[in-house]
Write a protein that binds this ligand. Structure first.
Ligand code: SAH
Length: 467
């Protein structure tokens, strides 16, 4: 069973630092089911490949775990794909051999960790229950380019048709830890099998490794079911924890924290009323609030009769419940209820429900997205959703020094993946406007300090072809 990881990042041998494995060495690790060898078939500054070769001791496995298997025929313990196919054994090896890289640690070159680099992972034999279609459905939403070559069952007997095994190549520009995490979770999912006992500890592993991507993955349900071996007791727990993601358990506290930091200047109110005003002046009737949070903007929009249809979308299910609570939804007059639609969704996936609206508000959301998901977000918002106008706000990091209660160097919220300077924001906004046929204007929100600017920066995008 062979996994190779290649990069053409310059210098490519940085891969050795990221994997904590020296390119000049062959290293061997003893695992409960055999041995794992790590070596570099090529290592120069233009291109570097690390190989993880698993040598499964299939006879030892049978001896050690005899009687625990639920194989369907008596020789199945001996005659099976374990030595050859990528499976949960490979995931265990990744965790054991590349543990630090998987956890996103790099003592010697920490700056490398956050850098997305061009990566190619090759799996020589990957069982894909659900076929190529399912394989693509797992990796393409995570922005991989997938190449898959299916193997026939037996080359001597072509009539027997295809096997479930593929040689698979995955290409993406990502952080190495993300690639390893995706492989770690999704290989056993594709195999739909786990060669070890599955219990509560697996939920924790799944949620930890799936933290940044599972809650809004379109195949989330199948991933959870398969990863937890279809055990209802475990999958139920996992789903209930996942429905809260996007919002961590102590998110309420964190939200409060951000509100407190900005509160004394009443920033949230200024931001939301300015947003509503800009959308109203534009003449919009059908409006999206994307990443609507607990629905503060929705409440303002509902009070304005001009807005005939208001859609609130958020990745967090529990936030949508809070929207309903805040609005006392059950007691709202029917006419107001009819104007409002709420649903769960992610801004990183194309969603037909969002198409055809006049305006969209994306208020304090973009900084919650991983930088590696920004390009997906841009296409979803500007290319597919493409409302006539978009109001988007984000913190201006330059202003942070003026918040006395914010320690220096810290973002305003623990979940913020970045906070941009005015130049960074404006460069980004101008670039996406050009690319997708919008024009953009910028508005400072809150006090506009001569040196550091305003606490919130707002961009208002309008589709060019409206003129
Ligand atoms: N717009 C609201 C909430 C801002 S907090 C307000 O101004 O009050 C950021 C919100 O974005 C959270 O509710 C979070 O759940 C949501 N969010 C984060 N990632 C998202 C994604 N990929 N798609 C949709 N919503 C997302």
């Amino acid at each position: 069973m062979l996994l190779t990881i290649t990069t053409t990042h310059s210098p490519a041998t940085d891969l050795g630092f990221l994997l904590h494995k020296h390119p000049d060495k062959l290293q061997t690790f003893t695992l409960p089911y055999g041995q794992a060898h790590v070596f570099y078939p090529e290592a120069c500054s233009e291109k570097c490949t690390a190989a993880l070769l698993l040598d499964i001791d299939s006879v030892g496995l049978v001896r050690r775990y005899r009687g625990q298997s639920s194989e369907s025929f008596s020789l199945a313990e001996y005659v099976n794909d374990r030595p050859y196919a990528a499976s949960s054994f490979l995931s265990v090896a990744i965790a054991r051999v590349f543990g630090s890289a998987l956890a996103g640690k790099c003592k010697d070159r920490p700056e490398l960790l956050d850098t997305p680099i061009p990566l190619t992972a090759k799996l020589s034999t990957l069982p894909c229950r659900g076929g190529e279609h399912f394989l693509r459905h797992l990796f393409e939403p995570l922005q991989y380019t997938v190449h898959a070559k299916r193997h026939i069952l037996d080359s001597q007997f072509p009539d027997w048709g295809n096997s479930r095994y593929f040689s698979v190549t995955l290409d993406a520009t990502r952080r190495l830890s993300e690639l390893l995490t995706h492989l770690y979770v999704l290989i056993p999912v594709l195999d739909d099998e786990k060669h070890y006992w599955v219990d509560e500890a697996e939920i924790e592993k799944l949620l930890r490794h799936g933290d940044a991507w599972l809650s809004d993955h379109p195949e989330q349900e199948t991933i959870v079911n398969r990863y937890l071996k279809h055990q209802r007791r475990l999958t139920r727990q996992a789903f209930s924890q996942l429905s809260d993601t996007g919002v961590e358990p102590d998110e309420d506290k964190q939200n409060e924290e951000e509100t407190q930091i900005e509160e004394h200047i009443g920033l949230n109110e200024i931001r939301l009323s300015k947003t509503a005003e800009v959308i109203k002046d534009f003449g919009a009737k059908r409006v999206l609030d994307l990443g609507c949070g607990e629905g503060k903007l929705i409440r303002i929009l509902l009070a304005e009769k001009q807005f005939e249809e208001i859609v609130g979308m958020d990745v967090s299910h529990s936030n949508l419940i809070k929207v309903k609570q805040r609005l006392h939804y059950d007691r709202l007059p029917e006419k107001k209820k009819e104007r409002l639609t709420l649903f769960q969704g992610s801004l990183c996936y194309r969603d037909k429900r969002l198409e055809g609206y006049d305006a969209a508000a994306v208020i304090e959301v973009i900084e919650h997205l991983d930088s590696s998901r920004l390009s997906a977000f841009e296409r979803v918002l500007f290319e597919y959703t493409c409302p006539d106008m978009i109001v988007l706000t984000t913190p201006n990091v330059e202003y942070n020094i003026k918040f006395e209660n914010l320690p220096s160097g810290r973002f305003r919220h623990k979940d913020h993946r970045f906070e941009w300077t005015r130049l960074e924001f404006e460069t980004w906004a101008n670039e996406v406007s050009n690319r997708f046929g919008y024009k953009v204007a910028f508005h400072p929100i809150g006090e506009n300090d001569e040196v550091v600017g305003s606490p919130t920066q707002m961009a208002v995008f309008k589709r060019k072809n409206l003129d």
